[in-house]
Design a protein around this ligand. Structure first.
Ligand SMILES: CC(C)(COP(=O)(O)OP(=O)(O)OC[C@H]1O[C@@H](n2cnc3c(N)ncnc32)[C@H](O)[C@@H]1OP(=O)(O)O)[C@@H](O)C(=O)NCCC(=O)NCCS
Length: 141
């Protein structure tokens, strides 16, 4: 997850150490253990040949908080698979609207997965921006 931020989200942090420090501040092992263990979250990993190559985390309101691929596995279908598995979990939990705040890096990815912008960009870390997005899931009645 930390490598994914540093190595892949360059369009967002532009190599700025202050932004990176803020972004990574709460991405600690202890916090991850808490988030994963919480029954208010759904957390998934993607595995390839016994190694974890991706991770995502959603709360039970359908808000995707984290979705990160290992730089070693970029553009090989990991984030697509994780997103689709999370949407499946959401459907099973009765959630009908997925929400998230996209990085600049992931905007094209989410658009291509059917997500739409919802309002203006919000403040991220330092000078970075987050783009609120949503997608209705499931069949309409
Ligand atoms: C962009 C990113 C999300 C794509 O995920 P991935 O696991 O590497 O790639 P996948 O194979 O699952 O998805 C491919 C999709 O990525 C998008 N994509 C392809 N090339 C891209 C590029 N150069 N830049 C941005 N997105 C690209 C396309 O939408 C593509 O789907 P399509 O070919 O059907 O249009 C990922 O590489 C990344 O940079 N993650 C960084 C972490 C991050 O920003 N997470 C989101 C936090 S909100």
């Amino acid at each position: 997850m930390r490598r994914s931020v540093v190595e892949l989200c360059v369009e967002d942090h532009r190599g700025d150490g202050k932004i990176l420090a803020e972004w990574l501040e709460n991405k600690t092992t202890v916090n991850f253990e808490d988030w994963i263990a919480s029954d208010r979250h759904v957390a998934l990993v993607a595995e390839r040949e016994g190694a974890i190559v991706g991770f995502d985390l959603m709360n039970l309101a359908g808000v995707i908080a984290l979705l990160y691929v290992s730089p070693d596995a970029r553009f090989s279908g990991v984030s697509k698979a994780l997103l689709s598995a999370l949407e499946e979990e959401a459907l099973n939990a009765g959630i009908r609207t997925m929400k998230l705040e996209s990085s600049v890096t992931a905007l094209r990815f989410y658009r291509s997965a059917g997500y739409s912008l919802e309002g203006d960009a919000t403040h991220g870390f330092g000078l970075t921006c987050c783009y609120p997005m949503f997608r209705q899931i499931g069949r309409s009645e």
